[in-house]
Ligand binder design. Structure first.
Ligand code: GLY
Length: 382
């Protein structure tokens, strides 16, 4: 008997142990399937590791992205239950806090931009309102005294993606999901072309179906047949980490300006993000990136100057031509994809997990992620 024949067959092989792959693996296993996860590196060491963890469907709403809004709002609604289950299973505090977000304009130009964002939010029925400098500083006394105005978005929240990964690893072990550290190099196909598992470390791992969750590598992953590879590209983000006293945090909610955002952690850390750079697969941390983040953080919240500088890292967001994710069946039977979450991977993890499990188990992904169908690029891009 060869090695392949020795392998137990999984119901689902999940390729990629970022937040999307891990959350989906847990949903599938909780619903009774035998799941195996494959990851070349350490789980959560890609974009998840660097993400600030803003759950901000309203504050981060952009013009021209209506399709994103309904899935983002639905996923935000799922978050309290998602983290409560994880925290109960693992005993780990995921850093989920419903802090709200204060978006600050630091000069007249920024005030014009921020008013347009507020108008957009209001046009979708949200009650975001304009705050003058005094009202804004009553909420966040550390914000620059020279601010021109602010908008409070009470519904936005924050979570610590690294803590989420730790909690997920724990919860996955509890439900018997194995995470195999190996690079997937091939897709096993049945006589009718159906995906029937993966090849990793020169061994075959048979599975009932395969979920590709390779983040920013989705567009170049050689094991995904070219005809169904989605048009996903990496967009670099550099993110800095500062440390402060949890007893007297520099801010108590997410702060955003036009050029930077600050996400507080319960342990006193402050995450400063993020550059947006079209640099291919380059993850170099640059002096310019560090300078921009720290300069803009200081402009927004001068107290950051007193905080300990803990470091800066770069991650790669998986972006698509229309900024919507790609979630759903591919043109290959048995091969499902979940990638392209761009700036919203942490926020969209619960809805992605639910949609993929719905697709694999019930044959229906759910309406909320309809706009994310991988087949939308078929004629233009593939
Ligand atoms: N979600 C924020 C970012 O991608 O920078």
């Amino acid at each position: 008997m060869n090695e392949a024949e020795n392998r137990t067959r999984s119901d689902v092989a999940v390729v990629g142990a970022g937040l999307i792959g891990l959350a989906t693996a847990l949903e599938l296993a909780t619903r009774g399937l035998k799941v195996t996860v494959f990851e070349r590196d350490t789980p959560g060491s890609g974009a998840t590791r660097v993400a600030a963890g803003m759950l901000a469907p309203i504050g981060e709403l952009e013009f021209g992205e209506p399709g994103l809004l309904s899935m983002s709002l639905r996923s935000r609604e799922l978050y309290p239950g998602f983290v409560a289950a994880l925290e109960a299973a693992s005993g780990i505090d995921t850093g989920f806090r419903e802090t709200g977000a204060l978006h600050v304009a630091l000069d007249r130009d920024e005030a014009g931009e921020l008013r347009r964002s507020m108008d957009l939010q209001q046009s979708h029925g949200f009650d975001s309102g304009w705050l003058g400098p005094i009202a804004a500083r009553e909420l966040e006394p550390g914000v620059s005294p020279s601010l021109a105005g602010a908008v409070l978005v009470e519904q936005d929240a924050v979570v610590d993606p690294r803590a989420l990964v730790e909690a997920l690893r724990f919860a996955l072990t509890e439900v018997g999901v194995e995470i195999i550290q190996a690079e997937v190099t091939g897709l096993l196909r049945g006589p009718n072309g159906r995906a029937e598992g993966v090849v990793a470390s020169q061994a075959d791992f048979p599975a009932g179906c395969v979920l590709a969750a390779p983040g920013a590598e989705a567009g170049i992953a050689g094991w995904i047949p070219e005809e169904v590879r989605p048009p996903v590209r990496p967009v670099k983000g550099q993110v800095a980490e500062l440390r402060g006293d949890p007893e007297s945090p520099a801010c108590s909610r997410i702060l955003g300006s036009e050029r930077v955002y600050l996400a507080p952690r319960p342990d006193g850390r402050l995450i400063v993000g993020a550059t947006v750079e079209e640099m291919g697969f380059d993850r170099t941390v640059t002096a310019g990136g560090a300078h921009e983040l720290l300069r803009e953080a200081y402009r927004l919240l001068p107290d950051v100057a007193e905080m300990e500088f803990a470091g800066i890292e770069a991650g790669l967001r998986p972006a698509t031509p229309d900024n919507l994710p790609v979630i759903g069946p591919t043109g290959i039977d048995g091969l499902v994809i979940a990638s392209g979450h761009y700036r919203n991977g942490i926020l969209l993890a619960p809805i992605t997990a639910r949609a993929v499990a719905g697709l694999i188990i019930d044959g229906r992904p759910g309406e909320e992620i309809g706009a994310a169908s991988p087949t939308r690029f078929k004629t233009e891009e593939l």
